[in-house]
Design a protein around this ligand. Sequence first.
Ligand code: ADP
Length: 171
Amino acid sequence: MKPIIELIKGDITKIKSDIIVNAANSSLLGGGGVDGAIHRAGGPRILEECMTIRNRQGKCKTGEAVVTTAGNLPAKYIIHTVGPIWNNDQEKCSQLLANCYKNSLKLAESLELKTISFPNISTGVYRFPKDLAAKIAIHEVKNFESDVVEKVIFVCFDDENEKIYKKLLKE
Ligand code: ADP
């Protein structure tokens, strides 16, 4: 079955869903933007788990994803995925961003949980064009079928992304 798609404007740390996705960086050691917000709101446990993963496998490559528990957040797990830094190689960047969504959805499936929330990966400090990023995100989610994942939530923090998602999801 195809999961239901929902759009919410707001702060992903406040969203009640089984999984929230973090737009992490390859160090997995936290950063600004949504990454900083998740670590601040979720507490030190999340960083400890990220460090354990780092010690085991090294850095997380762009487009890949790892999972930790969610500390003090209402979610059960956090999937940390590393989006591409936009660099005008549209094809390569698009592929890598698509991988973030694909790999996160695959992980959600393997965790056997029903709801997953995504921020607008790469569209902040990593400067990925918002319209193109939204098209890729929606395309990947619409192509995803699952026996367990029932709902995918796009959490838009800024007005521009919200407007773009609203328009694209209507089409
Ligand atoms: P990246 O480095 O992947 O670009 P950023 O965190 O800089 O990551 O930005 C990614 C997106 O996350 C941006 O669209 C930004 O508006 C959004 N964002 C920032 N804080 C939050 C938050 N608390 N909840 C949801 N989205 C957020």
